[in-house]
Design a protein around this ligand. Structure first.
Ligand code: AMP
Length: 439
């Protein structure tokens, strides 16, 4: 009977258990392999950072910064002598891009051959309303290309890599949406934002409180709105593609050509502005099947101004963040998904040993078999033969290795195939070779 635990995981967090974790490992391993073929190296980052890092980079009028961050009122530099900045706080990272940019600057990566290609896998934290596909601790697979020339080929290559990865893990029903949000101020985006603001003012009373507030703070974010009653008004707003400066328009056209050259299929979505403020020019998002309303599995784009904003040299940059939880959900829910136990080391051999003499042999056999790469279960206490076989069945073992006093004395062991009950007698040295051929 299930017992109720005195403690439960905090709302919006959850345990990931085997065998599902095997799928997570498989997905992460595939990402590592695919990203390595594109020249990416792994970066491991702190889980918490100075709060200002996120406030500066993500933008204070984003939901992430204004209401979703886990922030602790503990001075992160309290061990330094500089007491002049009161109330400094640390925040659990809500995303990885800002930290990667900080690390790029802090570790002088501008001296490395460019572009610098980094990826990172790990948990992120946002105090969101939990629902299917939305958690307070969730996982991202993040990749960023920092520095290098102003080349649309870089945007296209990073998207190609992403779609190759999705293909390799067997993600179904993907759609890649792209858009360009132009240059950030003082270039073409500013003109568009002013136009948008003016148009939004005209329909102000038709909009809800969030969108009304954003007319002043960040009109682009209104395009993100999912509020049903606002949609007819939003659909009539001007498109940024018609207001890009010459450079940005040429850049957007070149990115599309580069995607076509790589056989990457995309759809344009003029409302794709993404939730975070730091994006410039190309933005993209990928949706997948089986996810309901939270169907975005990846968001990304260019953010040319961010490193400079954080105190580094002017640096081109582009990247993406895959929502790993949603990717896994989609894989599990799509009919053609690969087995959730993929990569899971299922039990090969259960050692049914009986008697003290057999025990020493069983310990040696278990060690040898495990060294040879087989998954082995060695019961830690003596048990009756029938019970041992029953246990082997329950655990889904393929074979039971029977080691009684007779077998040990003769040096000939019995291997029982559990699926059909057949038995083979084998001298000890032949066992590993025999199993290798069978499994
Ligand atoms: P963002 O960092 O907001 O651009 O998000 C990138 C991707 O991370 C999204 O497309 C989602 O797949 C995933 N994601 C963002 N927030 C959450 C969350 N609270 N729970 C699960 N996945 C998330």
């Amino acid at each position: 009977m299930a017992t109720k635990s005195k403690f439960q995981a905090i709302k919006g967090t959850r345990d990931l258990l085997p065998p599902e974790t095997a799928l997570w490992n498989h997905v992460e391993q595939t990402a590592r392999e695919v990203f390595a073929t594109y020249g990416f190296g792994e970066i491991r980052l702190p889980i918490f950072e100075p709060t200002e890092l996120f406030a500066r980079s993500i933008g204070t009028d984003t939901d992430v910064v204004s209401k979703e961050m886990y922030t602790f009122a503990t001075g992160y530099d309290s061990d330094s002598v500089d007491e002049s900045v009161p109330g400094r706080t640390v925040t659990l990272r809500p995303e990885a891009t800002a930290s990667i940019c900080r690390a790029y600057i802090e570790n002088n990566m501008q001296q490395l051959p460019h572009p610098v290609k980094l990826y990172c896998i790990g948990p992120m934290f946002r105090r969101e309303r939990p629902q299917k596909g939305r958690y307070r601790q969730f996982y991202q697979i993040d990749a960023e290309i920092l520095g290098g020339p102003d080349a649309p080929a870089i945007d296209a290559e990073v998207v190609e890599m992403l779609m190759t990865f999705f293909d390799k893990v067997g993600l179904q029903g993907t759609t890649l949406y792209i858009n360009s949000v132009g240059h950030s101020a003082p270039n073409c985006r500013r003109g568009y934002v002013e136009l948008l603001r003016a148009e939004l003012q005209k329909v102000r009373d038709k909009l809800g409180p969030d969108s009304q507030r954003r007319i002043e703070t960040n009109p682009l974010r209104v395009l993100d709105s999912k509020v049903e009653s606002e949609q007819p008004y939003i659909e009539k707003l001007p498109h940024i593609a018609d207001h890009l400066c010459e450079d940005c328009a040429a850049n957007y056209a070149a990115v599309k050509r580069e995607l076509e050259l790589r056989g990457v299929i995309y759809e344009e979505n003029w409302r794709l502005v993404r939730g975070l403020d730091y994006y410039t020019r190309t933005t993209f998002e990928i949706t997948a099947a089986g996810l309901g309303s939270q169907n975005a599995v990846c968001g990304g784009g260019r953010y040319d101004g961010l490193i400079e904003l954080l105190g580094g040299p002017p640096t081109k940059a582009t990247g993406f963040a895959i929502g790993e939880d949603r990717l896994i959900l989609s894989l599990q829910e799509s009919a053609n998904s690969q087995s959730p136990t993929i990569g899971y080391q299922s039990l090969s051999v259960y050692i049914a040993w009986m008697g003290d003499k057999a025990y020493a042999t069983a310990v040696r056999a278990a060690k040898d078999l495990r060294n040879a790469g087989f998954s082995v279960e060695l019961p830690p206490v003596a048990q009756k033969f029938g019970k041992a076989l029953g246990q082997a069945d329950k655990l889904g073992a393929k074979y039971a290795l029977i080691l009684g006093e007779d077998e040990v004395a003769e040096g000939t062991w019995t291997l029982k195939t559990l699926a059909d009950g057949t038995q083979t007698k084998l001298p000890e040295p032949a066992l590993i070779e025999h199993l290798r051929k069978q499994l």
